[in-house]
Every structure is written in C-alpha cells, then in structure tokens.
Design a protein around this ligand. Structure first.
Ligand SMILES: [Zn+2]
Length: 262
C-alpha cells in the first residue's frame, strides 16, 4: 500500500467512526459516541506517530548520560550508498543501514560492502509498502523476503534483528508480525528531512542541532518509492555531520551499540 491508499483508508476509519458516533449520540448513547471517537483518535495516533508505544514498543533513543549517538540510513542501498560509505570510512564512523529488501536484490554488491565495512544492517521491509492496514502474514513476508535478500548478498550473519517500519507507520498487526519473526521495532529521535533536499549545509545544521547524547538521527541513502534515485546531498553532508559530532564530543556508533549502553 502506498501513502495515498493508507490516507484514504484512515479517512475511511475516521468517517466510519464519526458515523457510528453520530448514530450513538442521536440514540442517546453519548458515552458510546465518545468511546468510538476516542478509539479512532487512538488508532490514528498509534498508526502515524513514529515512536508511540500504542502499536507496540519502539526503541528510539539511547541513554542520555553518555556522549554517544547513532546515524541511521533508510531506503537503501542505492546509487548514493557508496559515497555514504566512503564519507563514513573517512570519518571513522560506523552507522546503521535499514535496508529495503527490493533494493538489496538490485544492489547486492553494495549490501556486501556495507557489511564488510563493519556497519550494522537492519530491515526496512521489502517494498516500502505501508503496513497500517496489513495483517501479520504480510508483515512476516516483508521481513523474511528482506532477510533472504540480505543473506544472499552478504551472508547469514549480516542482518541484525531490528525493523524500522516505512515512515514509522504501523498497524495493530505490525508488532505481532515483527515480534513473531524475531525482530524488534526501531524508531528515531530526529528526522532531518534530507529527502526534501534542502541543501547540504541545511542537512548538516539540522543534524548538528539533533546530535545530543542518545540521539538516533534518521537519514536516507536512497528513495523508498523510486529505486535508483540518488541522495547526493545526504552523502555530501556527511563530512560536516561527522565533524559536528566530533566538535560536540559525541561519538557516533551503531544503533545496537547505542542501545546496549543503556
Ligand atoms: Zn523509508
């Protein structure tokens, strides 16, 4: 499901809730009407607020008492991933890549490079489809196909059991599917909207402001919807981002390493 389909579905849920609530109210069931509206609000908040635990626990931040933070990259690999890897290597930084299965199939050699460079690989699902209205079987299928693609590209030890939902959007079945497949859900503390391509310096400045102890910064080395799209601004911003972290005394580590210091 793409974004507009999910928006239409959510409007449908809210419209149905409004209709039900209206009917309950007109028949004198005011408490029932309030309950239906509260349920719709609860569903909407749980589905679209990235780190809320309403749809299951999400690990999104490290401890705030150690000067460490994590850079994370979604949607790759893609044409900009090699430049991202070179910038990270030059800065001596290890990061975490939430890889799309479909892109791992297209660029297996880049997945292998990510792994061989010592970065962490995690799952962003197979096709970036939004999971809000999807069932457990679909969620598990997204995870297993991605896992197979990463295994084929870089070996069975390459993937770590973290899953970040596309856009952070989740439905009632997402967490059940994720947990039953042996994964945990990952979030983030700071999205810097590099996908809008606001300019290299703006990306650096937003990351600079976001780099606090425990921060998980969300960046993108590709495009979840358009395979083959490059992210040159993100790659070019990395030397400045890594320098900003150094200036702040923040060590950049993988997502797992950040959490394990908790
Ligand atoms: Zn994504």
């Amino acid at each position: 499901m793409n974004k507009s389909q999910v928006i239409a579905g959510t409007i449908g849920v809210c419209a149905a809730a409004l209709g039900l609530a209206g009917r309950a109210r007109s028949t004198g069931h005011t408490a029932a009407a309030a309950g239906v509206l509260a349920g719709a609000a609860w569903f909407t908040a749980g589905a679209f607020a990235a780190n809320t635990p309403i749809m299951g626990p999400v690990a999104a931040t490290g401890p705030g008492d150690r000067p460490r933070a994590a850079l994370t990259f979604d949607d790759g690999p893609g044409p900009s991933t090699p430049a991202v890897l070179e910038a990270l290597e030059a800065a001596g930084v290890r990061a975490t890549f939430f890889v799309l299965g479909a892109h791992a199939v297209r660029y297996p050699e880049i997945v292998r490079r990510i792994h061989e460079a010592g970065h962490q690989i995690a799952s962003h699902g197979f096709d970036h489809g939004i999971l809000v209205f999807r069932g457990v079987r679909h969620v598990r299928d997204q995870l297993s196909r991605t896992e197979a693609a990463i295994n084929d590209a870089a070996g069975a030890d390459a993937i770590s059991p973290w899953f970040r939902a596309p856009h952070g959007f989740r439905g009632p079945a997402t967490w059940i599917g994720v947990r039953s497949a042996g994964y945990r859900m990952a979030g983030w503390t700071a999205g810097v909207f590099d996908t809008a391509e606001p300019g290299v310096q703006t990306i650096v400045d937003r990351c600079d402001a976001a780099l606090r102890p425990g921060a998980v910064v969300l960046l993108h080395d590709a495009d979840g919807w358009r395979t083959g799209r490059a992210r040159p601004q993100t790659a070019m911003a990395l030397p400045g981002i890594c320098e900003a972290a150094r200036r702040r005394g923040i060590e950049l580590v993988t997502f797992t390493d950040l959490l394990e210091t908790a």
